[in-house]
Design a protein around this ligand. Structure first.
Ligand code: NAP
Ligand code: GLV
Ligand code: GLV
Length: 328
C-alpha cells in the first residue's frame, strides 16, 4: 500500500507530480488554509505532512497524526510555525526550503527599499486619483539610495544577498547578527556593529533574522527611538520581529520617515489596523519568495525532503538533524 500524505495547500504542480509517484496524496483545495481543528482531523494516520507557514504545527497536532509519521516538510525556509522541539522529541525530522528563495526574497526587499525611498506607491495612487496636474520642483521628494547607509539585521543567506545588491548602489553597509561573520563581511564589504550603532547610523534598516523568542518584537519603542531621523525600516523577515504599535508611533510621530513591510503581525493585517491609516507605509501580502521560478523550486525541494523522509533517508534539508543522532 502507498503511504498517505497530506498537503495543506495547492503548491506548484511539479512538486505534486513528484509526490503522486510515491504516495496517495490529499491536497487541501481551498485558497485559505485549513483551520486548526480541521487540520487535526485531516492529518490523522498520515505518513507525512507537507505544510505551509500558515499552519500551526504543534505537539498536539503531531500526536494527532500518530506515531507512524515519518516527516514534516515545510514549504518555506522559516519554520517558526512549527514546534521544532516537539518534533525532535518525537523523532520527527522537519524539512524546509533554504537557499532557493534567497535571491527572490532579497529582490523583493530591494523593491520595497526603492519604492519607499522614492515614494513609488504614493506616486501611483496620486496619478490614478487624477491629482497630477503638472511637474513639480518640490513635489514627491524622497531619499537617495545610492551612497546611503544600509543596516542589515541578521546576516544569514538573505541578509548577505542584500549586502551584495547594496554594493551596486555604492552604499555603506553595516550589519548586526548574533555572531560576526568575518569572511562574509569581507566579501560583501559590510562592517559589523552592535544593534544600537546600526540603528543610529543607518538610513535604511532591513530585517533578515528568523523569528524566535530572541527576535520577537526586536524592533520595539526603545529601538525605534534609536533610529536615525528620516530613516526607513524594511521588514521581509517575520511580522512579529516588529512591535506594531511601536511602529505606528514611530511613523505617526515622524521618528522614522517610512516603513515597507512584506510581513505583518498578525497575517493578514486586520482591516482596521492603525498602520493602514498612514501614508508613509507600504504593505505587501507576504510575497517575498513569490516568483514562478522560485515557488517551483520550493515545491520540488519540499517534495524531495518529504520523499526522503518516507524512505527513512536523511532529509536533504533538515532543520532538526539531532533526530539522526542516537541521544536525543
Ligand atoms: P538564515 O540564513 O538562517 O538567516 C537568518 C540569520 O538571522 C542567521 O544567520 C542568524 O545569524 C540571524 N539571527 C538569528 N537570531 C538573531 C538575533 N537574535 N539577532 C540578530 N541576528 C539573528 O535564514 P534566511 O534564509 O536568510 O531567512 C531569514 C528569514 O527570512 C527566515 O527565517 C524567514 O522568516 C524570512 N523569510 C521571509 C520571506 C518572505 O516571503 N518575506 C522569504 C524567505 C524568508 P547569526 O547566527 O549570525 O545570528
Ligand atoms: C517565507 O516567508 C519563508 O520563510 O520561506
Ligand atoms: C527631469 O525629468 C529632468 O529632465 O531633470
Amino acid at each position: 500500500m502507498k503511504p498517505k500524505i497530506f498537503v495543506t495547500r495547492i503548491i506548484p504542480e511539479k512538486g505534486l507530480e513528484m509526490l503522486r509517484l510515491q504516495a496517495d496524496v490529499e491536497v487541501w483545495p481551498d485558497p485559505s488554509p485549513p483551520d486548526y481543528p480541521i487540520l487535526l482531523q485531516k492529518v490523522k494516520g498520515i505518513d507525512a505532512l507537507l505544510c505551509m507557514l500558515t499552519d500551526t504545527i504543534d505537539g498536539s497536532l503531531m500526536d494527532a497524526i500518530g506515531p507512524q509519521v515519518k516527516v514534516i516538510s515545510q514549504f518555506a525556509v522559516g519554520v517558526d510555525n512549527i514546534d521544532i522541539t516537539a518534533a525532535t522529541r518525537r523523532g520527527i525530522p522537519v524539512g524546509n526550503t533554504p537557499g532557493v528563495l534567497t535571491d527572490t526574497t532579497a529582490d523583493l526587499a530591494w523593491a520595497l527599499i526603492m519604492a519607499a525611498a522614492r515614494r513609488v506607491v504614493e506616486g501611483d495612487k496620486f496619478t490614478r486619483s487624477g491629482k497630477w496636474k503638472t511637474w513639480g520642483p518640490i513635489d514627491f521628494l524622497g531619499r537617495d539610495i545610492y551612497g546611503a547607509t544600509l543596516g542589515i539585521v541578521g546576516f544569514g543567506r538573505i541578509g548577505r544577498a542584500m549586502a551584495k545588491r547594496a554594493q551596486g548602489f555604492d552604499m555603506r553597509i553595516l550589519y548586526y547578527s548574533r555572531r560576526r561573520h568575518p569572511e562574509a563581511e569581507q566579501k560583501y564589504c559590510a562592517q559589523y556593529v552592535d544593534l544600537d550603532t546600526l540603528l543610529h547610523e543607518s538610513d535604511f534598516v532591513s530585517l533578515h533574522t528568523n523569528l524566535s523568542e530572541e527576535t520577537h518584537h526586536l524592533m520595539n519603542a526603545t529601538r525605534f527611538k534609536k533610529m536615525k531621523s528620516g530613516s526607513i525600516l524594511i521588514n521581509t523577515a517575520r511580522g512579529p520581529v516588529v512591535d506594531p504599535p511601536a511602529l505606528y508611533h514611530a511613523l505617526a510621530s515622524g521618528t522614522i520617515a517610512y516603513a515597507a513591510l512584506d510581513v505583518t503581525e498578525p497575517e493578514p493585517i486586520r482591516p482596521d489596523d492603525p498602520l493602514l491609516t498612514l501614508d508613509n507605509i507600504i504593505i505587501c501580502p507576504h510575497i517575498g519568495s513569490a516568483s514562478h521560478k522560485t515557488r517551483g523550486k520550493m515545491a520540488l525541494m519540499a517534495a524531495e525532503n518529504l520523499i526522503a523522509g518516507l524512505k527513512g533517508e536523511r532529509l536533504p534539508n533538515c532543520v532538526n538533524p539531532q533526530v539522526y543522532t542516537a541521544s536525543r
